[in-house]
Ligand binder design. Structure first.
Ligand code: MGD
Ligand code: MGD
Ligand code: MO
Length: 752
């Protein structure tokens, strides 16, 4: 069998962990994975990998890997290809690249959101780099992760750096995890460590989620079930209770905030547009009482009162949101409402508190490929690329276009590298697929991936990549991870797979741009260059070769960070980075800008389309949400049977809703709305509130002959309508109906 070698690496798909993985290699094959140990971590937090990481070699080195460059021969999306050589692929790509630029302008070229390689050197960045050298491309902003909460945080605080460091959670007296499920959804490898320690210390925890998530049980937390997309109403009522019972921190509001009451509104604004006027119903005649919110949210009024009092009295307290509550129509408003509560209770800028928002907390510089500026000025919201294929030339600032008034061209070329957002992870798959199928709209689609995903099937040219076990890169975790990792190469590239840098360098050569693109560096030399640039800012980093050998550097001795400490203590001397220098509870910017749908200048509940109060519920009575399951990283690992066993794809349904439909546990159900239809076994469980259904996002779209999806891919049911302010993805807001199907569920198992 030969000797076992241990190769140090980390994950690099878009799970926030980027956990430590040791690949055990024998005779050129990865035989197993192990992870960090307390001994190796020393006085740091051990960076344990989860089941996904420990099974990742099975997924990534599996027999279903793409083997050669492929050229489409059938209709788009049909999945018919013939193999071609790398030189032919490169030649064709360079020709289309130039043809479309010359015919429609650089703004017709688009690089899709893609997170399959989340590292210092990403395929999508490399593509943008080359396009920038060659006249530019249509830019994009937002992510599919945090569009609403990130923009809400910017709107109110002027920055997304709103997080305290995790060791500070131990100083809190109460922790509310609001639509946050860290037991499954990794933002990093340290959150659960600190939350467990906080529990051991006796800090009470409450989880607010339509589902009794794994986090509730992992942390022994209290569970407050809520109807999806109604969080803003619960937050409004909590704000009302806190104010009406005098539990608010008036001094903080007066010192730091714009727009809580009439006395603190900006000049020129109608004073009755302030937060307090809304809460007491001065204009609409509706007082935002717990009884009012109970009707909307399904949370009993007494629970709302108790939540409000406990949060306001526990000071300091943490009210931390995940990104689930904001991946909704009007998702901006739940994020803004949580910031409002943090301000009303004076929990901003203090140890043990939490400012809310997206909660970034950067304590060191991150290694990244240097950018080449895009000479083309226009950009669209990441979720709106389908609109830009369909009717780009009509899109204006109201549609979220930035950098100019309107788009000059529709999207004619899409580069979708290491991503599945062309189909599987985007909204309304049926509509998206129909759009992509038409080669007169988007004329050229280039994909690179490891597998024949539903996105890959829509490629004109499909290139085989290499996984994190076959090439080098540098990684950094999300949020609170505080380390730098290295992907050491464990095995040789499978088949004809290549990292994107290699073939993009060849495309660059065809375009006469090789020197500018590569600056004379190989991929390995770039990594060293990038690392050394970071090392100049972070001098405690070891030499490159030492770092590579260890596969990780853990930062130590960083002082705990408390966001906005100085700003809150003295906002005159340290103004917030907003227009007014204050936390903008009332946003003058929102007040003067126009939107496709109503968007208020203050945090407040707005009944969303396809929400709890939409009259469409007569036809589609169930609110369907998704979540990020422990079994996958988005669509990655769906085909791995070991991980499937961890959490089989099932539709969660409350016993009352199941009984109404004659469904019992394990039966096959059909779920549908106007946009699509899928079939999936049900899990009948008290772990979800009535009127709600849940289906984990990321399952592979697998339509049968009639277009019904048999893989359990929630995106056949989601909408392409973007949210009103952020133009984000409301992929958790969907009305559906469910019925029983009289077939045996096992027959539908597409992988057996
Ligand atoms: N295991 C795993 N971890 C991951 C990922 C993964 O795919 N798998 N992906 C990573 C990425 S890129 C991201 S962006 C993050 C995603 O992180 P999040 O967006 O936070 O994850 P979600 O599971 O979508 O949502 C979190 C919780 O919100 C709940 N929720 C849904 N709708 C509502 C609502 O209306 N109100 C309330 N109160 N709760 C609601 C869900 O039931 C879920 O338990 O996770 C990262 N980590
Ligand atoms: N309905 C619904 N949809 C969602 C979400 C949701 O909550 N609900 N969440 C959204 C969020 S937060 C996100 S971040 C997006 C994620 O969207 P994507 O980034 O598109 O997600 P992945 O499924 O991780 O896709 C990564 C792709 O890269 C490929 N890949 C992996 N490693 C490599 C590599 O080394 N080289 C190459 N060339 N390819 C590789 C994988 O096979 C996979 O096809 O999905 C969004 N979509
Ligand atoms: Mo994400």
């Amino acid at each position: 069998m030969g000797e076992e070698k241990i190769i140090h690496t980390t994950g690099r798909c878009n799970c926030g962990g980027r956990c430590i993985l040791h690949a055990h290699v024998r005779a050129g094959k990865v035989v197993r994975m192990t992870t960090d140990t307390p001994a190796a971590a020393g006085d740091g937090v051990p960076l344990y990998a989860c089941a996904r990481g420990l099974h990742s070699h099975e997924t990534f080195l599996g027999p279903d890997r793409l083997r050669q460059p492929l050229l489409r021969v059938g209709e788009r999306g049909e999945g018919k290809f013939v193999p071609i050589s790398w030189p032919e692929a490169v030649n064709r790509i360079a020709c289309e690249w130039v043809r479309l630029r010359d015919k429609y302008g650089p703004g017709s070229r688009y690089v899709n959101y893609a997170t399959g390689v989340s590292a210092a050197v990403e395929p999508q960045q490399l593509a943008k780099r080359l396009l920038s050298l060659d006249g530019g491309y249509l830019g994009r902003y937002n992510s599919y992760s945090t569009a609403c909460i990130a923009q809400a945080t910017e709107l109110m605080y002027g920055t997304g750096e709103s997080g305290n460091s995790p060791e500070d959670w131990l100083n809190s007296h109460l922790i509310l995890l609001w639509g946050h499920n860290p037991a499954e959804t990794r933002f990093d490898s340290v959150s659960m460590h600190y939350l467990r320690r906080a529990r051991e210390k006796g800090i009470p925890m409450i989880v607010i989620d339509p589902r009794r998530s794994d986090t509730v049980d992992a942390l022994g937390a209290e569970w407050v079930p809520i109807r999806p997309a109604t969080d803003a109403a619960l937050l409004d009522a909590m704000a009302y209770v806190i104010w009406s019972e005098g539990l608010h921190d008036q001094a903080f509001l007066d010192r730091c905030c714009l727009g809580f009451d009439k006395a603190h509104m900006p000049a020129g604004a109608d004073p009755r547009d302030c937060v307090l006027s809304y809460l007491i119903g001065e204009v609409d005649g509706v007082v935002k009482t717990p009884e009012w919110a109970q009707e909307i949210t399904g949370v009993p009024a007494c629970t709302i009162r108790s939540l409000a009092r406990r949060y306001a009295n526990a000071k300091p307290a943490v009210l931390m949101q995940g990104y689930g509550p904001q991946r909704h129509a009007y998702g901006e408003q739940s994020a803004r409402g949580a910031i409002l509560l943090a301000c009303m209770t004076g929990n901003v800028g203090i140890s043990g508190g939490w400012a809310g928002g997206v909660g970034r907390c950067h304590r060191h510089q991150e290694p990244k490929l240097p950018k080449v500026e895009n000479p083309y000025p226009l950009a669209i919201p990441a979720y709106c690329w389908t609109q830009a294929v369909e009717r780009g030339h009509e899109m204006t600032a109201v549609d979220g276009v930035r950098g100019g008034e309107r788009l000059e061209s529709d999207i004619k070329m899409i580069l979708n590298l290491a991503g599945n957002c062309l189909v599987n992870q985007h909204g309304d798959i049926n509509r998206t697929a129909a759009l992509l199928r038409d080669p007169s709209k988007c004329e050229f689609i280039l994909c690179s991936d490891l597998f024949m995903t539903s996105s890959a099937k829509f490629a004109d040219i499909l290139l085989p990549g290499v996984s994190y076990l076959e090439c080098e890169n540098i990684t950094t975790p999300w949020m609170w991870g505080d380390f730098v990792g290295f992907n050491n190469k464990a095995v040789e590239p499978l088949y004809e797979g290549r990292f994107e840098y290699d073939w993009l360098s060849e495309v660059a050569e065809k375009l006469g741009l090789k020197e500018q693109f590569t600056e004379g560096r190989t991929m390995g030399e770039w990594l060293e260059f990038i690392y050394n640039a970071t090392r100049r800012a972070e001098p405690q980093l070891p030499e490159f070769e030492t770092f590579k050998r260890a596969g990780i550097y853990r930062y130590r001795d960083r002082a705990p960070k408390i966001a906005f400490r100085e700003n809150c203590a003295d906002p005159e001397k340290h103004p917030f980075p907003t227009e007014s220098g204050r936390i903008e509870l009332y946003s003058p910017k929102v007040a003067r800008t126009e939107y496709k749908a109503y968007f208020p200048p203050i945090p407040r509940y707005v009944a969303p389309p396809e929400g709890a109060q939409d009259p469409k519920r007569a036809e589609y009575p169930l609110q369907l949400i998704g979540w990020h399951t422990k079994r996958r990283c988005h669509s990655i690992h769906d085909q791995n049977p070991a991980l499937e066993r961890l959490d089989p794809q099932q539709l969660w349904l409350n016993p009352a809703d199941a009984a109404e439909r004659g469904l019992t546990d394990g039966m096959l159900a059909e779920v549908w709305n106007d946009r699509g239809r899928l079939r999936i076994p049900v899990k009948v469980t008290e772990r979800i509130c009535t009127g709600t259904a849940a289906l984990a996002q990321g399952a592979w779209y697998a339509p049968d002959g009639s277009g019904t999806d048999l893989g359990g891919s929630i995106n056949v049911l989601t909408t392409l309508e973007d949210t009103p302010y952020a133009h984000g993805n409301p992929q958790h807001t969907n009305l559906v109906q469910v019925r029983r199907v009289n077939e045996i569920a096992e027959q539908m198992n597409i992988y057996s």
